[in-house]
Design a protein around this ligand. Structure first.
Ligand code: PLP
Length: 207
């Protein structure tokens, strides 16, 4: 019997922060904001008191407030440490060896990595500039589809999937999780004011 780390992911393929080489302080592509006002941050931390620094965070009050704001049961809201944690949790919950993630290509670069960590296969459908490849995605669905991932506005292209696209995919894959991610990148200059961008489903994972 072998011991040691499981070679589930090729180390050569491990994610590394992209290095653009450009001299910028606001890294929008890395979700990094401008340099914060250090004094203000430290002042706020002082006001909150030591319990906030030394205990594991409890997001239940925030989850309840969000649930009430959106008219959802509390158990339908989960606050995570970034969208990446939510995507990882969905992949662990809905994927396994023998199952597949279906996603457009290109799309958010971490999706296929989380699928690989869950031991699942990845099926890619080209998303050329233009509408969401609804027919291609539906053609790639199968019995083994655990998740269909839709990022809208898409990262890195800014292309948008419409609510009708989501409804069509969800009804074609009734047993799969339709994982809708984004709005962290909704400030795409070309698309942010489109009606689709304003009315798409919020980024919570949905069936
Ligand atoms: C679709 C999508 N999901 C998740 C993330 C990562 O988000 P976070 O930094 O909140 O983990 C990004 C970052 O660009 C993204 O484009």
């Amino acid at each position: 019997m072998s011991t040691g780390p499981v070679p589930r992911v090729d180390p050569a393929w491990a994610w590394r922060p992209p290095r653009s080489g450009a001299s910028v302080t606001l890294k929008l592509d890395a979700n990094e904001g401008p340099v914060p006002d250090g004094d203000a941050v430290l002042g706020r931390l002082r006001e909150t008191g030591p319990d906030v620094w030394r205990r594991y965070p409890d997001a239940s009050a925030l989850e309840a407030a969000l649930a009430s704001r959106f008219g959802l049961p509390d158990e339908c809201v989960l606050v995570t440490a970034g969208a990446d944690e939510a995507i990882d949790r969905c992949c662990r919950a809905y994927l396994a060896p023998g199952l597949a993630l279906v996603m457009p290509d290109p799309t958010f670069e971490m999706l296929d990595r989380y699928a690989a960590l869950a031991g699942a296969a990845v099926r890619r459908v080209p998303w050329r500039p233009g509408p969401f490849p609804r027919q291609g995605i539906m053609g790639a669905l199968g019995e083994d589809t655990g998740i269909v991932a839709v990022v809208s506005p898409n990262n890195p292209t800014g292309e948008v999937a419409t609510p009708d696209d989501l409804r069509a995919v969800a009804s074609a894959a009734p047993n799969a999780l339709v994982l809708l991610a984004s709005w962290c990148c909704a400030r795409s200059p070309r698309r942010a004011d489109s009606p689709e961008a304003g009315s798409a489903t919020p980024s919570a994972p949905r069936r």
